[in-house]
Structure formats: structure tokens, C-alpha cells
Design a binder for this molecule. Sequence first.
Ligand SMILES: Nc1ncnc2c1ncn2[C@@H]1O[C@H](COP(=O)(O)OP(=O)(O)O)[C@@H](O)[C@H]1O
Ligand SMILES: O=C(CO)[C@H](O)[C@H](O)COP(=O)(O)O
Length: 548
Amino acid sequence: MHIRLHKVKNNKGKGTMMSGGDQEPGHYYVGIDVGTGSVRAALVDQRGILLAFAERPIKKWEPQFNHHEQSSEDIWAACCHVTKKIVQGIDVHRIRGLGFDATCSLVVLDKQFHPLPVNHEGDSYRNIIMWLDHRAVSQVHRINKTKHDVLQYVGGVMSVEMQAPKLLWLKENLRETCWDKAGHFFDLPDFLSWKATGVTARSLCSLVCKWTYSAEKGWDDSFWKMIGLEDLIGDNYSKIGNLVLPPGTSLGSGLTPEAAKELGLPPGIAVAASLIDAHAGGLGVIGADVRGYGLVCEEQPVTSRLAVICGTSSCHMGISKDPIFVPGVWGPYFSAMVPGFWLNEGGQSVTGKLIDHMVQSHAAFPELQAKATARCQSIYAYLNSHLDLIKKAQPVGFLTVDLHVWPDFHGNRSPLADLTLKGMVTGLTLSQGLDDLAILYLATVQAIAFGTRFIIEAMQTAGHSLSTLFLCGGLSKNPLFVQMHADITGMPVVLSQEVESVLVGAAVLGACASGDFTSVQVMSLEEHLFILSHSEYSLTLFGTRSRG
Ligand SMILES: Nc1ncnc2c1ncn2[C@@H]1O[C@H](COP(=O)(O)OP(=O)(O)O)[C@@H](O)[C@H]1O
Ligand SMILES: O=C(CO)[C@H](O)[C@H](O)COP(=O)(O)O
């Protein structure tokens, strides 16, 4: 069976400015999404429709193997650049709110809010330890050996990608140049809302998901004492956050005059407590209105949906009314994504990054680039059409019969929760041509999709009842990636017609903070189906093919 594609609603105004000609003047909201590789901004209207979009790459450093760093100044400058672009030519006084989402990277500032170095070189421009940084291996092993109760709420095992091991690494390795001088440790989403408002409040999303904060009980002093970071308890946790707000809450007096000037927005507009990027994507898609398309999830509670946010990494977000403990899957986190629901977050630490790595490091990559450029196609569009040609000779299921990839090139986040795992490829031959590259690419995509199936099976075994996937993020623009997820999980995959769903999630935060909407979960349609504020959400549906 081939992919079926239904446009179910009009994508009015996409990519254009609302001119006021055929539309009533209304309110606008700005969403800013800081991914691993770039910053994106969008102008979104009251119906959740994206009117303008801009993107800018951000810098990354890898000074040593497994050390990944960024700069908060570089990221803020990119936020300003893209925001100025999307508001060009519009009446900025119609903008009512601003929301940020970002990767869960660790930003370090001194007591005067100046950047501090997180590296042995003492380069304070590089003041961010990125989420995928695996420098704190020894620290996370020691943290896990404590078997402290807070670990139950991160899948039973803390990940090296969370903040506690990174903080301990800074204390043990950069005591004088960083730790002793530090005044503020922020998750990147919270750094951005502080930069915009001057308010140091943290989002419940960041602190619950990455810092062991409990929505019900707050910080646990005994954990920080047990792991040797008792100094963070002082001054009522002022360095890591003592005012914790639900995502979408309006912060202080809104956008400061200084930040307003830098972003090209009016001062005083509402700025929301932020979300981690995967959670903004989850919020952007999980509540979509799918009535009328014959999907099994139409008759099921929202807890039957799994949002999969696929960019550099993939994050698998499933919600439940009661806490579900899934070994090796992060959470359960209360109210960290959808208010009032528990969240489990499965993940694969590198997916887009793995595909890019496999393709770019192959001997036939220069040939691929040259051929794709000659056809004005992206390398992935070219590879997908090349696979279509090969498939004419052999059915797709047979192409990778002898070639298998184990995708844990950066450890396994879920459900094995083992950072020491490595990647593998079996079935290699001496062939180095374009066919070989295309088939290796296919095997990599299939391996990632099997990884998703593995996570889903762990979640189902623990008590989730999942039936439908909702994909978003850069990889959801790749039809092969989407189709393999449908084939290999045996589940239908729903895509939004608005491909920038993560940004819609960020703008929903701004809309909520503005007071124009009462909650990020504003409309209750039926007892078990809700939609977010973007009620005209448009969908593209992909059919399911049977396994094998
Ligand atoms: N049109 C596309 N086709 C195939 N892959 C894509 C496409 N667009 C983006 N990607 C892949 O998606 C990944 C980046 O996704 P994105 O959501 O932008 O990442 P991040 O949020 O981590 O910065 C990269 O691996 C990139 O190669
Ligand atoms: O840990 C995560 C979410 O909890 C994400 O993997 C991290 O934020 C990076 O996201 P992306 O792959 O979209 O850049």
C-alpha cells in the first residue's frame, strides 16, 4: 500500500503576512524555537496559523570527544535576528505574546549574569554544556549508585544528558574558573525567558524533566546532599531556581525595553514561562483535532497518542492520567507538558544526527552531493528517489535483508538507558557506490524506526495504551522516515499540514501568557478528546502498511 495523503483543511495564510484584506485584524503571537542546529521564529495568528517564518544556524563546538558546547550570546543574537525578520512589515502592536522553547542544555552565568566558561580553555563565550554532551559519565554512574527516590521519576536511571551530572562535573573539574563564580545555572528555555524579561523564574517543564524537581513536593534536599551538591540548596536554591511556574504563565512585566529593542518587538508584551523543545512539539501536535478521518484514535482518549518529535534526536512523548513507571523511559513527570497529565518521555539521542553522519561519512557522499545539486534536490530527496529506482528491481523489504544497523552510536537513551552502548553495522561489503550509500541510509532509517517500536513496546508493557503516532520536527519532512515509522510500528502516523508544529507550540505559550487564552489546553470538545488553541489545526494522514 502506498502513502495516502489527505489535505483536510485549508492552510490559509501560510508563509504570507496577514494583510488585513480578506481577514479581520487580529492578534499575533511570536514563537521562538531553539533547536540543536538552528533558531527558528514564527509569527502565528489567533487560529494557530503560521504567517511568517525565519531560521538561522547557531554555533556548536566539540572541543573534545563527547564535549559539546554552545554560546548563550550567539543563541540570543540568532533569536533577535530571526524575530526581527518575521515581524518586518507588520503592525507590531498587534503582537500580544511571546513564547520560547529550546533544547535542554545547561547555561552558566556568574552572579552578575555574565557568561562563565564550561571548558578547560577558559573560553567564557562557550558557556553552554549542550544536552547531548556526555562528559559527565563518572558523575552519572555515582548518582545512579545512590538509588535515591528521585531516580524513580526519570525512568529508574538518570541520564548523563540531564543537569545534575553536568553540575557535578563542573564542580569537580572547573571549580575555580566556573563553579565558585557561578550565580545562575539555567536550562536554556529558562535562560531565554530570563533574557527577555529579567525574571529568573524557571519553567516547571525544565525543572521536573531535567533537574529532579517534583511538581508536588518541590526540591529534595537529601538528593543534592547525597550527590555532593549540597551547596545548591543554599539561599533557597537561588542558583537553580526557587520560583517555578507552569509553562505559559506570564512572567513579570513582560518584555523589557532592552530585550524589546533587540528583538524588534514592543516592550511590555507578555512573555511566557517556556518549554523544552520536544515538549513544545508534543503540545503542538498531541491534541490535534482528527475527527472525521476514520483513525482509531478518534474514539480513544488522548492518552492513546504518542507524539514523536524527530530532529537531531527523537523524543517519544506519551501522557497518562495516572503515573506510569516505565523502566528506561524518562518520567513519569506531572504536568510537564500537558497540564494535569503525567508524561513519559522515551528518546533516541541521535536520529537526524545519525542519518546525517552515516550519509556524510560514506565514500559516495561527494557523488551524491553533486548529483543532488545538479537536480536541484536535497540529498535526502535524491536518496529517496534513488531508492525508488532500486526498489523497482527488488521489493523494499528485501533491500536490507543482509545489512543491519544498530543505531546507538551515542548510547541508548530508551528503553535500555545505557550510555555505554555503541553503534554497529553488519553486512558490509567492498561496494562504495551510490546504491550502497542509499541502502545504508535505508537501513539506518529502519533501525531508528525499530528503536521507536522498541520504546513503544516498553511503554505498552508498563501500562500505556498507544495506537497512533503524531510526528513533527525536521525528520518528519522526510517521507521515507515517516513511512518506515508507520511500517515498522504498525501504527498510523499523523502529520500536521503545518510542518513547524514545534513553533506553533511555542506560540501557544505566548498566546496563553497574553491572557487571550485561559490555558495551553483551552477547549474541551469531548470528554476524551481535546484540542489546543489552534483549533483549525490541519492534518495530513499517512496510511499504515502491515509489518514485514
Ligand atoms: N526535508 C528534509 N528531509 C530530510 N531530512 C530533513 C529535512 N529537513 C530536516 N531534516 C533533518 O532533520 C534534522 C534536523 O531537524 P530539526 O528539527 O531542524 O533539528 P533540531 O531541532 O535538532 O535543530 C537533521 O538531521 C536534518 O538532516
Ligand atoms: O532531551 C530532549 C528533550 O527532552 C531533546 O532531545 C533535546 O532537547 C534536543 O532536541 P532536538 O533533537 O530537537 O534538538
